[in-house]
Design a protein around this ligand. Structure first.
Ligand SMILES: *Cc1c(COP(=O)(O)O)cnc(C)c1O
Length: 423
């Protein structure tokens, strides 16, 4: 059977399959560039594993306190090598990206300090963490204040505003690399580097943290290569390569990582404790696969942008601009189309393909959110997934794909469902 026939056996229309063939051809050159970055990052990961003498013994399980877990210690060294940082905290006990970011902030800020975001509003779930939105246990409740400088209308940094916002209380700066659920552009590592240099010229001793979620391995360099003191992310996104069942990472300066470890476990215990219960092997193997998995996700994102843009749906980023994260926003313009798109992604999944996604009031979010994912790992958004708040402008945020072929099937199925609503 031809592959096109096989695609049609999933119920895809001739039109969807034809559009798929057309755009896949058009994107050959872009895909080649993505593969080149993936190769570079693959080598970076292998080198880090070799330099830290990764061995079979590191895959053994520890229990209880988890003292002397050499697998865990080696994993953290490998992360530090990849990100070129002094130290790393990579743990299954970090429950998600929000938790990792919370640890990094709460560990390094003290009452009376101020946190600054020079790139506008942070990710939704951080509003409660910081206290932008009233929330028990927020940083605000502990006497930590927050200030924010929005990006300029053209997406540039408001350098004057940032300079004015930095004061004697400013202890930490948080920079979000990815757009998250916003329609602003994602920041390239180079631009993050420029922003960091500027901030350092105003206040050299400030601690600069980058929320690196969805950005890992998209470029050849990471924010820690351009001066970030801390980089933070989730292991059920890019660096877990789709294999890690749970966890988060924080890499950066030794002093700040120690603070994070004291906050995650307990002051004085820090990195010494934390049983890994046998998951080290998946942490290493997922990291090993991550560069190629990220490449698959990037191909899917660009493919989706190309197709939907040509059909008249605004896409951020658009089909031709460079990529700095794996998220693709497509503005679908109606709840019906948003739900149809998500239904298509779900129907093309290897797991739970028979489930119909619906919107729900997800904790931490301001409106109903619809999420589609037929995942091996619950909530993993490095796996093919689509989500979006069911509110104006009805944009779907689409990401992931452990393999390009699955991403392609998912996008074509979503496309077909959206096309049907147009009739
Ligand atoms: C996903 C994400 C987070 C939060 O991660 P969770 O694992 O969902 O808690 C924070 N910031 C950005 C930019 C993200 O994409």
């Amino acid at each position: 059977m031809e592959t096109s026939e096989m695609l049609k056996s999933f119920g895809l229309s001739d039109k969807a399959v034809e559009l798929g063939e057309k755009y896949e051809k058009e994107l050959e050159k872009r895909f080649e560039e993505i593969d080149k970055t993936a190769e570079y990052n693959q080598l970076k990961v292998i080198k880090a594993m070799q330099e830290n003498r990764l061995s079979d013994i590191h895959f053994a399980a520890t229990t209880g306190y988890g003292y002397n877990d050499i697998g865990r210690e080696t994993l953290e060294k490998v992360y530090a090598s990849i990100f070129h940082t002094e130290d790393a905290l990579v743990r299954p006990q970090i429950t998600c990206g929000t938790h990792a970011l919370t640890i990094a902030l709460a560990a390094n800020l003290r009452p009376g300090d101020e946190l600054l975001s020079p790139v506008g509003k942070p990710y939704d779930t951080l509003e409660g963490v910081i206290g932008i939105k009233e929330q028990k246990g927020s940083l605000k409740e502990f006497g930590i204040s927050y200030s924010q400088v929005d990006l300029l209308p053209d997406g540039g940094f408001d350098l004057n505003g940032i300079k004015k916002a930095i004061n004697e209380k400013t202890k930490m700066v948080t920079i979000q690399r990815s757009k998250g659920y916003q329609t602003r552009p994602t920041l390239s590592v180079e631009r993050i580097g420029e922003l960091i240099s500027f901030i350092r010229s105003v206040k050299p001793e400030v601690i600069i943290m980058v929320d690196n979620c969805y950005g890992e391995f998209v470029e050849k360099i990471e924010p820690s290569d351009v001066g970030a003191d801390l980089c933070v992310g989730s292991l059920i996104k890019n660096p877990g390569g789709g294999l890690v069942a749970s966890g988060g990472y924080i890499v950066g300066k030794e002093e700040y990582i120690e603070n994070c470890a004291f906050r995650l476990t307990a002051p004085g215990l820090g990195k010494e404790v934390g049983a890994t219960l046998g998951i080290n092997q998946s942490m290493f193997q997922g990291l090993f696969l991550a560069p190629t998995v990220v490449a698959s996700a990037l191909k899917g994102a660009i493919f989706a942008a190309k197709i939907f843009e040509d059909l008249g749906y605004p896409c951020i980023p658009n089909g031709t601009e460079p990529r700095y994260d794996i998220i693709q926003a497509v503005t679908l313009g109606s709840a019906e189309k948003l739900i149809a798109f998500c239904g298509g992604i779900q129907a093309a999944s290897p797991v739970d393909s028979f489930v119909v996604p619906e919107g729900w009031a997800m904790p931490g979010y301001n409106s109903d959110v619809i999420m589609a994912a037929g995942n091996f790992i619950q909530g993993s958004s490095i796996e093919l997934s689509a989500d979006g708040p069911i509110t104006e402008p009805y944009a779907v945020y689409f990401q992931g794909g452990l393999t390009w072929y699955h991403a392609k099937l998912g996008i074509l199925t979503a496309l077909d469902r959206v096309l049907k609503t147009e009739k």
